[in-house]
Design a binder for this molecule. Structure first.
Ligand SMILES: O=c1[nH]cnc2cc3nc(NCCN4CCOCC4)[nH]c3cc12
Length: 373
């Protein structure tokens, strides 16, 4: 068990990387998908199930946890790992993105962000320093800098000023983070859809010599080719021997294409949120169990899956649960979806090790396109 934070590059296939992040609480096999555990729970799942599916790390949302139950309270109760009974690594985002997408009456300045809680209307001020303090109180293993995710489309000078603010905040977060052995603080590359600004952001953050680098400001509605073009610009500008984390991504297709461009870590609410809304991710593509065509289909989602939710329940039963609004519907589909996402990641890790990622990606896309026979 290591007391430090180490990223090892084990294999490459083109720009894709197979690696490992070793931390005191465990090792993260990359490429990795991080299930989103917003308020200290991966919705509709037991933590043991999340672990059994192969997740090495989960994500916690600073914004939600600081508002309820409160960072100091979580610290008094032993920290988020103890509180939520997840002893493995946890990455927390900084809260800035949720403030701008969830909070009421928010104001952003050089100092930080001020906002009213969407829960009880209480006004909160979050500076880069306070965000890092909160993430430390939660006991987070990988802490994210406070940043600004500029909404696209935007004028170049707006994107540039926003990117430069995030760089100044990265510096303040690095100072606030200090020296926390075994933990890491990641910077976040911004720059909107402008390749030159993206490269400037990546190079400036590299100069801070951080433990890892996230790519933010994407998966905010831009077309996939725009997102991929930004990765083509950013990844070569980031250090080879540090992990790269693409925030908020994505669909299975997004993940495969981003791994091929050099991304190591992902998080997305898609598999869990979609599961609660009746949508199943499978190797034959997406299946919407709300659709009446499943009402008498006795087949399981995937008879060859080793996940009971995919293998042991008929689509007719899942359709019934979803239509009836039964809790078990969301539970089974979330279980299926996270199982599919983790098996997708395992397949990518194996393919990179074997040097056959291009063929594996083509086979995956063919399965999704063939659809559900
Ligand atoms: O720049 C960012 N900084 C800090 N956190 C982020 C989180 C982010 N999450 C997304 N996209 C999430 C897209 N989801 C896809 C599924 O449906 C809900 C939205 N983009 C993101 C950008 C940032």
């Amino acid at each position: 068990m290591t007391q430090s934070f180490q990223f090892s590059l084990l294999a490459t296939d083109g720009a894709a990387r197979r690696g490992e992040v070793s931390m005191p609480r465990g090792t993260i096999r990359t490429p990795a998908f991080m299930p989103v555990g917003t308020a200290g729970t991966v919705k509709a799942m037991y933590m043991d199930q999340v672990r059994d599916l192969g997740a090495d790390i989960i994500l916690g949302n600073t914004y939600h946890l600081m508002l309820r139950p409160g960072a100091e309270r979580v610290a008094r109760l032993g920290g988020l790992h103890e509180f939520a009974r997840w002893p493995h690594p946890i990455l927390t985002d900084s809260g800035g993105f949720q403030v701008m997408s969830l909070a009421q009456l928010r104001k952003l300045s050089e100092k930080g962000v001020t906002f009213k809680s969407h829960i009880d209307g209480v006004v909160h001020e979050m500076s880069p320093e306070r965000s890092i303090e909160i993430q430390g109180l939660l006991g987070s293993d990988i802490q994210m800098q406070l940043d600004e995710c500029v909404a696209l489309p935007a004028e170049r000078d707006v994107i540039e000023r926003s990117m430069e603010l995030s760089l100044r905040w990265a510096d303040r977060c690095k100072i606030a983070f200090g020296d926390q052995p075994g933990r890491a603080m990641f910077g976040i590359v911004q720059g909107g859809d402008d390749e030159a600004l993206r490269v400037r952001s990546a190079e400036a953050l590299t100069g801070l010599d951080l433990k890892g680098y996230a790519v933010g400001g994407l998966a905010v509605g831009e077309p996939q080719p725009v997102m991929l073009a930004m990765l083509d610009a950013v990844c070569p500008a980031l250090p080879q021997h540090k992990p790269r984390y693409l925030m908020g991504v994505g669909t299975p297709d997004d993940i495969v294409k981003s791994v091929q461009r050099g991304i190591d870590m992902f998080d997305c609410v898609m598999p869990t949120r979609a599961g609660r809304h009746g949508l199943a991710y499978t190797r034959h593509g997406k299946i919407n169990l709300r659709n009446a065509r499943h009402a008498e289909d006795s087949r399981p989602l995937d008879a060859e899956s080793d996940c009971p939710a995919a293998r042991d329940y008929s689509r007719a039963y899942l359709h019934h649960l979803v239509k009836a609004g039964e809790a078990l519907g969301g539970m089974l589909l979330t279980w299926n979806n996270l199982s599919y996402y983790q098996s997708l990641m395992q397949g990518l890790r194996d393919a990179i090790e074997a040097g056959r990622l291009a063929d594996h990606a083509a086979a995956l896309a063919e399965g999704w396109a063939r659809g559900d026979l």
